[in-house]
Design a protein around this ligand. Structure first.
Ligand SMILES: C[S@@+](CC[C@H](N)C(=O)[O-])C[C@H]1O[C@@H](n2cnc3c(N)ncnc32)[C@H](O)[C@@H]1O
Length: 262
């Protein structure tokens, strides 16, 4: 995410934080001495909620985006959390001193953003867990509505010339593929759930904040035309929203959520 995207994400995300915290705390009950690794911690709200459950335990939280880490460090700091800028798609991030040393790992709404999520990130998470350690992970299905819309935005006749070499950066999976990938790495699957979750907007500004993370292709368009492309793409994005009874705009995410054990 570029800085503008992370700002939009944080403002939009705040509406969902309470629900996410509830989900994560229920799925990943913490012991007071646990060591937790939060992979792709974003602005750190979940990191902090989990860290607050600990007494002697400690949390390592990483994110590739320095601006996210900056927001996390100013808004969600705690003496038992160490935030760091690091790429979870790079095997070197999973330090040898981390191996077999975490009781819990969280990777929430992030695996689909990492090209090497399977060979590097899942493997790294597995290796960092202690035997018997638990990870709570989710990712998005390849058929997710907003991915489809994002890909449509690469084919607008007027703009497609700019995207010839562009690789779509969201790596959705099928349920079967994700299950196999988890088992291949060595995880025991404790729970596996598929759900359709909605992203709702009752005004344009919120819709723009939802839209922003799915539009990184805009950066391929020459700077002087970029805003024009974004606006056309945004109007298309709005048209693709699902109808709701109260007129709210709705887009859907197909979410695969697992609890796995090493
Ligand atoms: C949708 S946000 C979720 C953040 C957080 N887990 C939460 O739920 O609040 C995805 C996060 O993944 C981070 N991210 C994307 N690719 C990454 C990578 N290769 N390594 C580390 N973080 C990454 C982004 O910077 C962003 O903060």
């Amino acid at each position: 995410m570029d800085p503008a995207e992370s700002k939009a994400f944080s403002s939009y995300r705040s509406r969902y934080v309470a629900l996410s915290i509830k989900e994560v705390l229920a799925a990943l009950p913490m012991q007071s001495s646990d060591r937790l690794l939060d992979v792709c911690c974003g602005s750190g709200e979940l990191t902090k909620a989990l860290a607050d459950q600990l007494q002697t335990g400690r949390v390592t939280a990483i994110d590739i985006n320095p601006q996210m880490v900056e927001i996390a460090e100013s808004a969600n700091t705690s003496p038992n959390i160490t935030f760091a800028v690091a790429d979870a798609g790079n095997a070197d991030t999973f330090l040898s001193t981390w191996k077999n040393s975490y009781d819990k790992v969280l990777c929430y709404y992030s695996l689909y953003l990492i090209k090497d999520w399977e060979a590097v990130t899942l493997k790294g998470i597995y290796e960092c867990l202690k035997p018997g350690g638990i990870a709570f992970l989710n990712t998005l299905a390849a058929s997710t509505h907003v991915f489809q819309i994002g890909k449509d935005g690469l084919h607008f006749p007027k703009w497609k010339q700019y995207f010839e070499d562009y690789e779509y950066p969201m790596h959705g999976v099928t349920k079967d593929y994700f299950k196999e990938a988890l088992e291949k790495v060595g995880f025991k699957i404790k729970s596996f759930q598929f759900s359709v979750r909605s992203l709702d907007a009752d005004n344009d500004q919120t819709a723009r904040n939802i839209f922003r993370p799915f539009t990184s292709q805009s950066n391929c368009v020459p700077a002087e035309k970029r805003e024009q492309y974004r606006e056309e793409f945004f109007q298309y994005f709005k048209k693709q929203s699902k109808d709701t009874d109260d007129g709210t705009m709705r887009w859907e995410l197909e979410v695969i959520t697992v609890v796995v054990e090493k």
